[in-house]
Design a protein around this ligand. Sequence first.
Ligand SMILES: NC(=O)c1ccc[n+]([C@@H]2O[C@H](COP(=O)([O-])OP(=O)(O)OC[C@H]3O[C@@H](n4cnc5c(N)ncnc54)[C@H](OP(=O)(O)O)[C@@H]3O)[C@@H](O)[C@H]2O)c1
Length: 430
Amino acid sequence: MNNIINLAVVGLGQIGSYLLNEINTKKKDIELKTGKKINVVAISAKNINKKRKFKINKKIFYKNPLKIFKIKKIDILFEAIGASDGISKKVVETALKNKIHVITPNKALISKHGDNLAKLAESNNVNLEFEASVAGGIPILRTIKEGLVTNKISKVYGILNGTSNYILSEMRDSKDNFSKVLKKAQKLGYAEPGNPKFDLNGLDAFAKVRILSALAFNTKISKHKCLVEGIEKIELKDIEIANQLNLRIKLLGISEIINNQLFETVHPCLVSKNSYIGNVSGVMNAVILEGKPVGKSILQGEGAGPGPTSSSLLSDLFSILRGDIKKPFGIPSNKRKSIKYYNANNYVNSLYLRFEVNDRSGVLSKITNRLALYKISVKRLIQTPDKKNNKATIIIITHKTDEINSKKCLSVFKKDKDILKYPTLIRIYN
Ligand SMILES: NC(=O)c1ccc[n+]([C@@H]2O[C@H](COP(=O)([O-])OP(=O)(O)OC[C@H]3O[C@@H](n4cnc5c(N)ncnc54)[C@H](OP(=O)(O)O)[C@@H]3O)[C@@H](O)[C@H]2O)c1
């Protein structure tokens, strides 16, 4: 690599424009630490006239990012458009084919096409870096690839979506309901104003779980459907009851090897108020790794936003400027294994079940008999009557049972007139 490095930044939204400003203000620091002079020679976004947080140089602006490759000599390209397909994928593929290093925070792209893009990068002898795609400013991917490189990792899990964590924490603290807190999150820029769906339904966290699994276990990116639930169905009532039980609700992403099979999931969990993860609040992310010989390691930090994301993007830039060509997933693509998937039906947990029922004799025994029929034993039962409306809330904490058993057991309550809504189920995580 020459001492003068040409950069392109494609996408000048929340991330791209902040990144551009960081690059411009940190040029001297970059030169001092890497010995390389960097120049931004091309930028791209949809609309040249859009008002942006930071001033842009319109002389190097391209409406069509694919034109950049024909006109400019680029060494490293940042892709910050977003989405798994379309122009983002095309830009990244074209750059790699043209032997240009690529840096991206795009988890949707990497979790869907990461295997093929990694092969393309390797065959063209360039880097594909995506530290910012998982857990914002937390250097979790580099920790797995470099700091913990000799460890055998058995499990990676944690809070991987700052929007969900903010909503759950804020519901607990403000006692406002889900939709009111979502509006607050949107106002504060923690949730997308138009379509916050992927943050709330668990799919954003699941994309990150897939990337983490591939790195932690040297496997291909998983393609299976797994147990993915978001926080949309969590009610203030559950958060308040959890509080009384000394528990907190957290959206966890989990990836682990069980009996040599890969198990990946994202779902809301009840965790102890005194646990480490129970105390990670607001937009914070936390990732916990279990490996040998290191034991348990925890990394916590801001999981989103232009500042933390740019921090990771620049660490990728430094890595490229300083070093040799690296394999995107740590080892050569042809050495990454396919792995069998653990059957999610066998996933075992204690459960929190909330039933909203008509307060009539025989209803409680109908529920407990059904649980007994499926050998789900009750650890704790709390019944709270609402005398005025002849209704009651029944909370049951069960001993451990597996997914398929609990699903079969609860299915009957869809049709029961005394059960006013399908029971709320939240898994309790040790
Ligand atoms: N926001 C975060 O906190 C965060 C955190 C971690 C990772 N990420 C990832 O970072 C990436 C960017 O996110 P963001 O929040 O910055 O998105 P954003 O604000 O929506 O910005 C997207 C940018 O892409 C540009 N764009 C769209 N279509 C284009 C096209 N055909 N050609 C050229 N440019 C095009 C837009 O142009 P205009 O500005 O002209 O409309 C805009 O500048 C995504 O992959 C996201 O998942 C974001």
